[in-house]
Write a protein that binds this ligand. Structure first.
Ligand SMILES: *Cc1c(COP(=O)(O)O)cnc(C)c1O
Length: 458
């Protein structure tokens, strides 16, 4: 008999899960105006709001924290992290920041000016926010198959190089400070970008003399998919693939709260010493001195170890398998989910789940609210509320997809928790026709409204 797959870790410490009643949840969600970000974590049973900063650190990472060097300048923790980043990504220079968006803020302060155009594959929401805040435009050049949740293509995160070249020719290279490739493509469903696609983007960028940066929050999950799905990659280690990936870029921004399995932290890494010097000025202004940026020494130590743990094949396999377990349970029950399943999350297609709710009534948010009420499960809308208003016309933007994302924290929940989540969602699916109306926005912020908007039932 073949032995079954097991997680390559065991549990040393536990944390209670919050149990509530249906009545509790109905009143709590009303009190927070149907915005799941406003719930207290104690009101949530299984929290799949995000996989960002919610992972469980290893005993090795916790012990590294005790060795943190809190010197203001030149701390050993800084050099530990510098060595880990160079070892894994190949980038010589790096700046620590307090999280991924801070890395964007610092890097974009150097590179983006008003009127610029940043092409890429479905820019992440904070990334788009930082681009639009500088009166520049993010242009989505993701392959079309990303927008059909039923096509099972292996690399739906890819950049459509035809769209990319068209954008370059239309706007001119002087308007394009860099191309940004997000790995994995979070907004399009945690879908990976192939190594071949990264190489094509690099070639096109070289042809036009444009830099390439990677938004790398889930670079290790991306490498796992390259290894398991891309022709000719099966005999490489994850770290060999990661090195080849980053060889296609001039630099990267990183939210360490994802694939580096820490609760807080980020960095910018790059090949150019000149860019490093220019970015250092902004890093000192916004984050902190160049050898700690937004991070304490202990956190840099834990991050250095997390980069190694997060790029181990066995860990990545356990992670991706768990995401796929949840996806498969939903799919078997007929729930419309994006396929193939992503690396960090399962995405429910709300337009197919509740075709009777018009887009103006935010079907994905409506579904996320129902899933919370059913089982205390917190997912997140990736749809029209998150897509926000057009910065010029102020009209609602309706993206190609209305998704509810169920993001799975790393090394936190058991497969049994996933079975509970699936059961609750299947219950909502079976009563979907009784959900007659969606939601309406009462109040919203001028930018990134999804975090704070207040809604009401129609
Ligand atoms: C999370 C994330 C960011 C922003 O990072 P924070 O650490 O949340 O500030 C940027 N890009 C992508 C793709 C992300 O997933």
């Amino acid at each position: 008999m073949n032995l079954p797959f097991i997680e390559p870790y065991k549990i040393k410490m536990t944390e209670p899960v919050n149990i509530s009643t249906l009545e509790n949840r109905k009143s709590w969600i009303r009190e927070v105006h149907y915005n799941l970000f406003s719930l207290r974590s104690s009101q949530v049973t299984i929290d799949l709001l995000t996989d960002s900063g919610t992972g469980a650190m290893s005993d090795s990472q916790w012990s590294a924290m005790m060795l943190g060097d809190e010197s203001y300048a030149g701390a050993s923790s800084y050099y530990n992290l510098k060595n880990a980043i160079r070892d894994i990504t190949g980038f010589e220079y790096f700046l620590p920041t307090h999280q991924g968006r801070a890395a964007e803020n610092v890097l974009f302060s150097v590179l983006i000016k008003e009127g610029d155009v940043i092409p890429g594959n479905s820019h992440f929401d904070t990334t788009k926010g930082h681009i639009e805040f500088r009166k520049a435009t993010a242009i989505d050049c993701t392959v079309n198959e990303a927008f059909d949740t039923t096509i099972a293509a292996p690399f739906k995160g890819n950049v459509d190089t035809g769209k990319l070249e068209k954008t370059i020719l239309e706007h001119g290279r002087e308007k394009i400070p860099f191309i940004l490739v997000t790995i994995t493509n979070n907004t399009a469903g945690g879908q990976p970008v192939s190594l071949a696609n990264m190489k094509e983007v690099r070639q096109l960028a070289d042809k036009h003399g444009i830099a390439v940066f990677f938004d790398s929050a889930r670079f290790a999950e991306n490498a796992y998919f390259i290894r398991t799905r891309e022709a000719g990659q099966q005999n490489k280690t994850i770290r060999e693939i990661v090195a080849e990936m980053f060889a296609c870029a001039d630099g990267m921004t990183m939210s360490s709260k994802k694939d580096a399995i820490v609760n807080m932290g980020g960095f910018i890494a790059m090949r150019s010493g000149e860019l490093y010097s220019r970015a250092s000025v902004f890093n000192i202004m916004f984050e902190g001195y160049v050898t700690y940026g937004g991070m304490s020494g202990r956190d840099m130590n834990a991050l250095a170890r997390g980069l190694y743990e997060g790029t181990e094949f066995e860990y990545l396999e356990a992670r991706v398998r768990q995401v796929h377990l949840l996806g498969s349970l939903l799919k078997e029950a007929g729930v419309p989910v994006q396929e193939p399943f992503g690396g960090h999350a399962v995405f429910i297609d709300a337009l197919k789940f509740m075709p009777h709710i018009p887009r103006e009534q935010f079907p994905a948010q409506t579904l996320a609210v129902e899933v919370y009420i059913e089982g205390g499960i917190r997912g997140v809308e990736i749809g029209a509320i998150m897509a926000d208003r057009d910065p010029v016309t102020r009209e609602n933007r309706f993206p190609a997809l209305e998704l509810v994302r169920l993001a799975i924290p790393r090394r936190v929940y058991s497969d049994n928790h996933m079975r509970y989540v699936a059961a609750a969602i299947i219950n909502v699916f079976n009563r979907r026709d009784t959900i007659e109306k969606g939601l309406r926005i009462k109040t919203e912020a001028p930018i990134m409204r999804h975090f704070t908007a207040e809604l009401e039932r129609l």
